[in-house]
Design a protein. Sequence first.
Length: 116
Amino acid sequence: MNVEELRDYCLGKKAATESFPFDSETLVIKVMGKMFALIPLESGNKIALKCDPAKAIELREEWEEITGAYHMNKVHWNTVEVDGRLPHSLVRSMIDDSYTLVVASLKKSEREALLQ
């Protein structure tokens, strides 16, 4: 998957928005103001995603393309290299999981607003 495919898939999620809050090179995708994906545009082949801690360890052990996220809490965030070695279905599943984790952490009123 390339940067545009990653961006489009993330922005296809309900209420997903994009911004550059840190610098002009790191695209941040949020739902209801909370980050669920970071795409460093300068590398062009990586995405940082939130992940369940136990699953994060499991994925890192299984795939060398998945590591603890740079500048993020490595317990909860993975960096995923998307240079063609990982199945696209796995990358999409990890994006889905990240989005779901963030939505689950929202206030009840925010979650309900997403359902409308």
